[in-house]
Design a protein around this ligand. Structure first.
Ligand SMILES: Nc1ncnc2c1ncn2[C@@H]1O[C@H](COP(=O)(O)OP(=O)(O)OP(=O)(O)O)[C@@H](O)[C@H]1O
Length: 331
């Protein structure tokens, strides 16, 4: 049986800038100012259909980055992230357009996921009933509380019937009634044999609900296995970690944070390769960009004869990636 979700050596880096002007400069210069930071590093795991996987870890461990990769919102910087089927992400306000009303958001998300008008009309009353946000359904989402956004986001995502459900801390902002309702809905999904990723700081919810657990630690997989086993190891770690003084904890965080600074040279090499792969995968875009690369490379080779054709290709590929990071940050 092939895996529903398969990650092979997935790394995701982000670029950090001290000043926003450096970000703009970075778009047009060969020499870059920003520092690379590993959000995820060399992450590999396989998840079969029907598995319910809890994702746990300290703040900044890489859980949301992972959920964005599974849902196709961002692409890996290197490695392979295979997802068989449609994955819907439920996170606080994810995927909602703040300017549109709740009703317009239901329609927009439905259309984006390829539902026809008839199907959208059919699910709309069910979404409204589940979200239970009263007259706010006709108001712009920017006027909602975070709990209301989570309600609407959850209601839309579960009613479009995705193959894979990714729930990223979405339950943490709702009241108990809403949480119970969501858990009942998730149990329904579980019954149907759907695959679920449940990202949460609530260890008791993860233990109750998940059969497997992925523990992320400073961007890397610390452990992946049966939920009881991994949770017990994580709780032992937490107990030890929390018994440290504030200074010691800060020192540990700083040390781990340094280890997440990416080696710039290595990053450039595989990022460039990755973008070249992406260009060839997306044929139309790839062909257009390749033509541009050739024209620009030819032009720049004349202007700067010391740079080789390969350096030109990497340069151009990195600029495309920077645009991607810029978009990530905007999200
Ligand atoms: N768009 C971005 N730009 C720069 N760095 C980012 C971006 N998104 C995440 N990061 C960094 O990547 C690392 C992982 O972040 P992520 O949000 O995935 O962690 P998390 O485990 O979900 O944290 P939390 O439990 O606090 O929600 C962090 O160091 C974070 O600062």
């Amino acid at each position: 049986m092939s895996s529903k979700v398969s990650f092979k050596a997935v790394t995701k880096t982000f670029k950090m800038y001290n000043r926003s002007v450096d970000r703009v400069k970075d778009m047009v210069r060969f020499r870059e100012k920003g520092n690379e930071h590993y959000a995820l590093r060399n992450v590999s795991f396989d998840v079969d259909e029907g598995e319910i996987v809890g994702v746990i870890g300290l703040n900044g461990a890489g859980k949301s980055t992972l959920s964005n990769l599974i849902s196709g919102i961002t692409m890996p910087s290197s490695g392979e992230a295979k997802v068989n089927g449609h994955a819907a992400l439920i996170a606080i306000s994810s995927g909602l357009n703040m300017k549109l009303t709740g009703l317009e958001n239901i329609e927009l998300k439905g259309l984006m996921l390829g539902l026809n008008k008839k199907k959208i009309k059919e699910i709309t009353p069910k979404v409204i009933e589940f979200a239970d946000i009263g007259k706010f359904i006709g108001q712009p989402v920017k006027t909602y509380s975070s709990g209301m956004k989570a309600r609407l986001g959850f209601a839309i995502s579960v009613h479009i019937d995705p193959d894979i459900l990714v729930i990223d801390e979405a339950l943490s902002v709702g009241d108990q009634t809403f949480t119970d309702k969501c858990i009942a809905k998730m149990a329904e999904f579980k019954e149907k044999g759907k695959t679920i990723f449940f990202i949460s700081h609530s260890i008791s919810q993860v233990r109750d609900f998940c059969n497997k657990v992925l523990w992320l630690h400073y961007g890397q997989v610390k452990e992946y296995g049966s939920s009881d086993e991994v949770i017990n190891h994580y709780l032992t770690f937490l107990k030890e970690y929390n018994s440290q003084s504030a200074d010691k904890k800060r020192a540990i965080r700083e040390k781990e944070s340094k280890l997440r600074d990416a080696d710039d040279f290595g990053q450039r090499q595989y990022k460039a390769l990755n973008v070249q792969k992406m260009l060839f995968a997306k044929k139309g875009l790839g062909f257009g960009l390749l033509c541009c690369t050739l024209v620009i490379s030819g032009f720049l080779s004349i202007a700067q004869p010391t740079l080789s054709f390969n350096q030109m290709k990497s340069f151009f590929a990195e600029k495309v990636l920077m645009l991607e990071h810029h978009t990530d940050k905007e999200e």
